[in-house]
Write a protein that binds this ligand. Sequence first.
Ligand SMILES: Cc1cc2nc3c(=O)[nH]c(=O)nc-3n(C[C@H](O)[C@H](O)[C@H](O)COP(=O)(O)OP(=O)(O)OC[C@H]3O[C@@H](n4cnc5c(N)ncnc54)[C@H](O)[C@@H]3O)c2cc1C
Length: 638
Amino acid sequence: MIRLDARIPAGPLERQWDRHRFEMKLVNPANRRRYQIIVVGSGLGGGAAAATLGELGYNVKCFCFQDSPRRAHSIAAQGGINAAKNYQNDGDSVYRLFYDTIKGGDFRAREANVYRLAQVSLNIIDQCVAQGVPFAREYGGLLANRSFGGAQVSRTFYARGQTGQQLLLGAYQALERQVAAGTVTMYPRTEMLDLVVIDGRARGIVTRDLVTGKIESHAADAVVLGTGGYGNVFYLSTNAKGSNATAIWRAYKRGAAFANPCFTQIHPTCIPVSGEYQSKLTLMSESLRNDGRVWVPKAKGDKRPPNEIPDAERDYYLERKYPSFGNLAPRDIASRGAKEVCDEGRGVGESGLGVYLDFADAILRLGENTIRERYGNLFEMYERITDENPYKVPMRIYPAVHYTMGGLWVDYNLMSTIPGLHVIGEANFSDHGANRLGASALMQGLADGYFILPTTIGDYIGSSRPEKIDVTHPAFREAEAAVEQQTKRLLDIDGKRTVDSFHRELGRLLWDHCGMARNDSGLRAAIAKIPEIREEFWLNVNVPGSDAELNQALEKAGRVADFLELAELMCVDALHRTESCGGHFREESQTLDGEALRKDAEFAYVAAWEYAGEGRAPVLNKEPLVFDNVTVSQRSYE
Ligand SMILES: Cc1cc2nc3c(=O)[nH]c(=O)nc-3n(C[C@H](O)[C@H](O)[C@H](O)COP(=O)(O)OP(=O)(O)OC[C@H]3O[C@@H](n4cnc5c(N)ncnc54)[C@H](O)[C@@H]3O)c2cc1C
């Protein structure tokens, strides 16, 4: 069994981070250049961390699989980033952001981390403004805010529908400055394929150059993974096509515990699936729920065009069921609401798997120009994809896989159960419990990357003083050989089915049994089926080309091989948690109104799974969650 020590500092919540920073070891500025740190990932988490560590004076190697760090998936984030600045004077505070996040996550996150996140949110906005990130402003020049789900205050900062892109440009510039200064070496188009652990500590990685196929080792004093989420395990998701689980999965197999793997976020406002050949889903930002009203016809099977359905015959079901939060109910609740009305036969569009998001009232009230200013690029994107003009007819939306709250377990210092291996951004089991609130992922990635990890990693280095090791150590040879062997094995199978066909089959199975609703028999069926798909994959997959050149089928094959293992762990986790909480909805555990019913006495813990070797059941470790500062209650948004 792994010993899970969350290392939560003592003392009152508001003082913990301050006190911890004082108590942690520092590395003298002159000594920092003696240490090598590897950062895998150049999104908001990894990019911010690599830039900051470089600025502090460490030697940093930063890796990404895209051709430029600027193309990390973070660039896709549209809607905004939360911070408790209270610029609107509408009652926000650090405590309120902390409380909303803990409640939004259905009381399955660690209080100390979430409080620190809310505190650090203030610094993020200052830092990004100083970098020149063009946040939207009010007429008088102050930064503007909008509202996101699960909050009754306006605390979301945004740059039109391109918030992630603008924030990433800020982090990228900071990173490039360090590249120019020589503190950071950037390795684009390079994929980490294994973690090297020596004497129980993370000491490096093995990579493959995606252009030449060269397999190489890199040694370091500490390793940071900022490799993003694994929503693409479902095949169809709103994530960038390249997002994958390989880095964290291989670290799991080297000893890092994987926490709450089944906690997946299904986002309520995505463009519905349109056909069998689709490989990607598109998010329509949650910001649209500030002005759009969600509805379906009251009558089953009503196929009239939306504009011909009078108001009295429409069911604005979110406003009806949750009058205080209305269309801004949190994502898990809004998604289940959509599923419920579609299951009742009231869904819209050809497939019946859709609900309307209607701007007619907002356009009447504010004028088309205001709506265009707020959401113009999102409306244009919708029209390009669906060929329907959302200024004239309501958008059609349906929930889709969007974000993974699960990830590698980390302590308060963002260190995994392998000493020296730190995990940041979406790749760790984040501060969002069982459901992330909108605009809180960017906040967490940047909090981790700019402010938390650069401090806590100094404590690790300062207190453990890792001795020098280089890539001639036999552990690197062993890991390189394993990577080479897997690559060769994939190419040698020469079977009949494409990588994508296996991925699609796995994704459908997971969506059906470990998606928006889960139950005992469905999960058992998935757990029985996944090893069969995996077995066939290793006998019958077809990976054309060679390993000495750019070979995207080979890249995908390695990632899908990992998804085929991770999916099973997700189902095992979902099966063992016989309560509902946040995005994890067990049909057997619901209130009379059909809301998620938690079982706090049994499940107020983080489930941290430990790899036990091939063919062996993973071992469950539990980190109890203690709530001293909030009253744990049944979540209500009515
Ligand atoms: C469509 C969309 C819209 C969103 N909008 C918002 C929003 O408005 N607000 C909000 O708060 N959140 C939003 N999110 C969530 C948010 O964008 C992500 O959670 C966040 O950007 C993740 O950042 P990250 O740095 O952890 O990872 P990523 O940005 O995914 O970066 C991962 C990095 O790791 C690298 N990498 C991964 N594996 C390897 C490997 N094996 N070897 C080498 N490199 C590797 C990649 O190359 C990349 O550089 C949105 C998500 C989606 C899908």
